[in-house]
Design a protein around this ligand. Structure first.
Ligand SMILES: [Cu+2]
Length: 256
């Protein structure tokens, strides 16, 4: 029996189709990785915080980690579409079914998939952990964020309140986020933070804006008819401008 098996030892890797697929795999992996990182990842917004820079770096790593998988699928498709066709009911004489029946091939596929998942989990958790540490920053501005259908409102430590957000540059801020009606999700697009706003509970997210400018705030949880319009702006300004702005607005609220 062993002799019989040895004599029929599969040599599938010597088949021209397998060689062709292997070459196409390398080419497709390089194309998918390059296009994915250089065009797609770069078309994401310009980062306005270290957190967003971390998110973009993570997406670049994940894109390269995923490109061999996509590359293999494309390579097999191209080989199938361009190789010699067989007509008739019976399989061709040279057909080799060793791969589909091979426990070794299955094991390799499962182990590689598991390693890729583990890699995505660990690197993702490292970046998340870094972000959640920022919540503990003692010098941070403590800001209350309230979502309601369909506006965001912001309460500043000195009693000021607004519907568009003002923040000083290079100063950590902790958002205490809640909702008065349904679930929303507080998302500052260019700063890479996104956190659910749940009625009856407070969630936290922290970030340090590192660029002066005007950036987008959106709701990232389908929350009703006008969800798409539940957006506002964050104005990142100098510390002086921020101090002046919050003092004026606290006075407007009669709390100064
Ligand atoms: Cu919404």
């Amino acid at each position: 029996m062993t002799d019989l098996m040895n004599s029929k030892k599969p040599q599938w890797w010597k088949s021209p189709d397998v060689k062709k697929t292997a070459i196409l795999w390398v080419i497709c992996t390089a194309i998918v990785g390059y296009v994915g990182t250089e065009f797609h990842v770069r078309s994401i917004v310009e980062p306005a915080s270290e957190t967003m820079t971390g998110v973009i770096d993570l997406m670049r790593i994940f894109t390269w980690a995923a490109s061999p998988v996509a590359g293999l699928v494309f390579a097999i498709c191209l080989t199938v579409l361009t190789s010699k066709r067989h007509y008739g009911d019976n399989p061709p004489a040279e057909a080799d079914h060793q791969i589909s029946n091979s426990p070794r091939a299955n094991a390799v596929w499962i182990v590689v998939s598991a390693l890729l998942c583990l890699f995505a989990l660990i690197t993702g958790l490292i970046v998340l952990q870094k972000d959640s540490e920022a919540v503990l920053e003692s010098t941070a501005i403590q800001m209350n964020v309230t979502g309601s259908q369909w506006v965001w409102s912001f309460d500043y430590p000195n009693g000021a309140r607004s519907e568009d957000l003002y923040l000083p540059v290079d100063k950590p801020v902790v958002f205490h986020i809640t909702s008065v009606d349904v679930k929303h999700s507080f998302w500052i697009v260019q700063m890479g933070i996104k956190m659910d706003a749940n009625p009856g509970a407070i969630t936290e997210a922290a970030v340090t804006p590192n660029k002066i400018g005007v950036f987008d705030i959106r709701c990232a949880e389908l929350c009703g008819l006008l969800h798409a319009y539940m957006q506002t702006k964050v104005h990142v300004v100098s510390q002086n401008d921020y101090d002046k702005w919050v003092a004026e607005h606290a006075a407007l609220e009669g709390r100064a």
